[in-house]
Design a binder for this molecule. Structure first.
Ligand SMILES: C[S@@+](CC[C@H](N)C(=O)[O-])C[C@H]1O[C@@H](n2cnc3c(N)ncnc32)[C@H](O)[C@@H]1O
Length: 248
């Protein structure tokens, strides 16, 4: 079934909600970066945000993901856009990264910190940052404390660890960072490069796997997630958190 999951995602421009304007906005908060910063992009997927970081930064970017076909696609696109020298692609598990301490001026992670849990990720990645280095993370959060039962129940199953956006602020402080900024991703980041192409792909895959009940169940669950967002997007979304390594 993994194959079907990846068949949906490999064709997409991004593997989660996000958009160029938001990446740019978050990057603009990293005041005082050196001219050629070392940046680590964790869970880069096929590199939607990596190429933008390359354009914005004139630094070196290590882009890491454990799914080789995503990384291969980024490699091809980096070559196409003339960034092959500055984007170093790594197929690796984020749980066992072994870069030397203080390797990076900034760590970027759009929509992938949930893999380790946001609190574990913040703690594990801090030693990799140089003094006053930055960490920028986008994460699925509740925008409101109260939400209808249907959507509460959905995320209690899908992402039980999902926090209210303000409940991440103390996690940032207690993990050894200073909070620099927060903003919610706009609605379009869910649709333009993500749910709209996913829905299109689902139509084609439903036809291709019309006799495969397990595959149809996967498509149903994706459709349910999308329908949930159509109905309840005012209650939850992605928050972008920008923080800076603090002295301990
Ligand atoms: C929601 S996607 C976000 C991808 C990309 N940052 C974006 O916004 O388009 C999460 C990414 O995390 C990657 N991932 C999942 N588990 C991982 C792990 N243990 N180590 C490294 N990457 C992982 C997935 O392959 C996927 O590309």
């Amino acid at each position: 079934m993994d194959q079907i999951f990846f068949e949906i995602f490999e064709a997409l421009p991004r593997q989660g909600p996000g958009d160029a304007k938001s990446t740019k906005k978050a990057f603009s908060k990293l005041a005082g970066l050196p001219e050629h910063p070392e940046i680590l992009d964790v869970g880069c997927g096929s590199g939607g945000q990596t190429l933008i970081l390359a354009r914005l930064s004139s630094g070196n970017i290590t882009a890491l993901d454990n799914h080789a076909p995503f990384v291969d696609k980024l490699k091809r696109n980096a070559r196409r856009d003339g960034y092959a020298e500055r984007i170093h692609c790594v197929v690796w598990d984020m749980n066992s990264m072994n870069f030397p301490e203080e390797s990076f001026n900034a760590i970027w992670c759009e929509g992938a910190a949930f893999v380790m849990g946001v609190s574990n990720a913040l703690k594990a990645w801090r030693p990799l940052l140089r003094p006053k280095g930055y960490l920028a993370v986008s994460e699925l959060v509740w925008f409101k404390k109260r939400a209808p039962k249907e959507v509460k129940d959905f995320f209690a199953r899908e992402y039980p660890d999902m926090k209210h956006y303000k409940d991440i602020y103390p996690v940032i402080e207690s993990s050894g960072y200073k909070m620099i900024d927060y903003f919610p991703l706009p609605g379009e980041s869910w649709w333009t490069h993500y749910y709209t192409p996913v829905e299109k792909k689902l139509v084609a895959l439903r036809r291709k796997y019309k006799n495969n009940q397990d595959a149809q169940a996967i498509f149903d669950s994706f459709q349910l997630e999308i329908d949930m967002h159509r109905k309840y997007s005012q209650y939850y979304g992605y928050g972008f958190y920008i923080m800076q390594k603090a002295k301990t």
